[in-house]
Design a protein around this ligand. Structure first.
Ligand code: PSU
Ligand code: MN
Length: 306
């Protein structure tokens, strides 16, 4: 039995070898988060944002039975423009790898890939969470469960308001996953500056965050460390407007019988339509600004490890 093969881009391999900061990025946002060609353009902008923060980006995916660590520009274009690439979460990974097809990695499977690849940081604007109505549907994103199993620092802009963010925070607390908000008092909600929930903890100092991450692992926790950073106010969308669109979209999803894996994309597209594409633009902005903070914190973390 051999472990799945990882193929690194030269740049990522060199950075990891040198102990330079690297930030992993998900590919599901390319195939399922935004329509073509915005998705390809955004993926490149997000990679550039990681560089602006001072780190090397490594967008991760699966293809040909191998885990790709650092997609090339051509890979990104192909994934962005090929319809029907499956959304691959942690539990789907073994089968898609065995079958040899293309797979877009969610936050959950991306942190699996990052840890295997030796990458300490991952950035995504919106993590999955506890869905609204989960007490009925039991729909809790595997992202949260994977955070309890993978040693990766996750930088995000919180989670979308399509989720129950109060329950999401409760789950992370119960599971001993640290949640720290970087230079902000509130837990953010993707393209909204605040979810309305205060963050469990605020930290302003990059070096303290870097040391806290290492301490979390040194204390024997084989789990993730979450750091949130909010969307820039100029790019943000008003929370109440989004809430109204979500309530409507959830009723429509119910009518259309949309459940499970498909619900996240369905709700996101419905909110995009209801806000006249403004949420799609905010989406692109927050993906990039989050990645830049991810890059910056990965720099502090790499320095701490030296
Ligand atoms: N939340 C967002 N945007 C996204 C996703 C979540 O605000 O694109 C995607 C991510 O790839 C995340 C996945 O890992 O959806 C979670 O899906 P589910 O709720 O089915 O676990
Ligand atoms: Mn789900």
């Amino acid at each position: 039995m051999s472990a799945p093969e990882l193929v690194y881009s030269d740049e990522v391999a060199q950075a990891l070898h040198a102990g330079d900061p690297v930030v992993a990025l998900e590919s599901n946002v390319i195939t399922h988060g935004l329509p073509y060609p915005d998705n390809a353009a955004t993926a490149r902008k997000v990679e550039q944002a990681v560089r602006d923060g001072g780190a090397v980006p490594a967008t991760v995916a699966v293809e040909g039975g191998r885990i790709v660590v650092g997609m090339t520009d051509e890979d990104i274009e192909r994934f962005a423009s090929t319809p029907g690439i499956p959304k691959v979460s942690s539990r789907d990974m073994p089968v898609v790898l065995a079958q040899g097809g293309m797979g877009a990695l969610t936050v959950a499977s991306s942190v699996v890939a990052a840890e295997l690849a030796g990458i300490a940081f991952f950035s995504s604007a919106g993590i999955g969470g506890v869905h609204r109505g989960a007490e009925r549907t039991m729909d809790v994103s595997s992202d949260l469960i994977q955070f309890t199993r993978s040693k990766v620092a996750v930088v995000c802009a919180g989670a979308k308001k399509i989720l129950d963010l109060g329950l999401t925070l409760e789950y992370l607390e119960t599971q001993c996953v640290p949640v720290v908000s970087y230079r902000s008092d509130d837990f953010p909600a993707f393209y909204c500056v605040s979810s309305g929930f205060p963050s469990p903890l605020r930290l302003d100092d990059d070096a303290v965050i870097a040391a806290s991450i290492e301490n979390h692992w040194a204390l024997g926790n084989h789990s993730s460390f979450l750091i949130t950073t909010p969307v820039r106010p100029a790019d943000a969308i008003d929370g109440e407007e989004v809430d109204a669109a979500i309530t409507e979209a959830m009723a429509a999803a119910d009518r259309d019988g949309i459940r499970g894996q498909a619900i996240t994309k369905y709700l996101m597209r419905a909110v995009d339509a209801a806000t006249d594409g403004r949420s799609a633009r905010a989406n692109m902005a927050v993906l990039a600004s989050t990645a830049e903070v991810g890059g910056r914190l990965a720099v502090a973390h790499a320095a701490h490890r030296r």
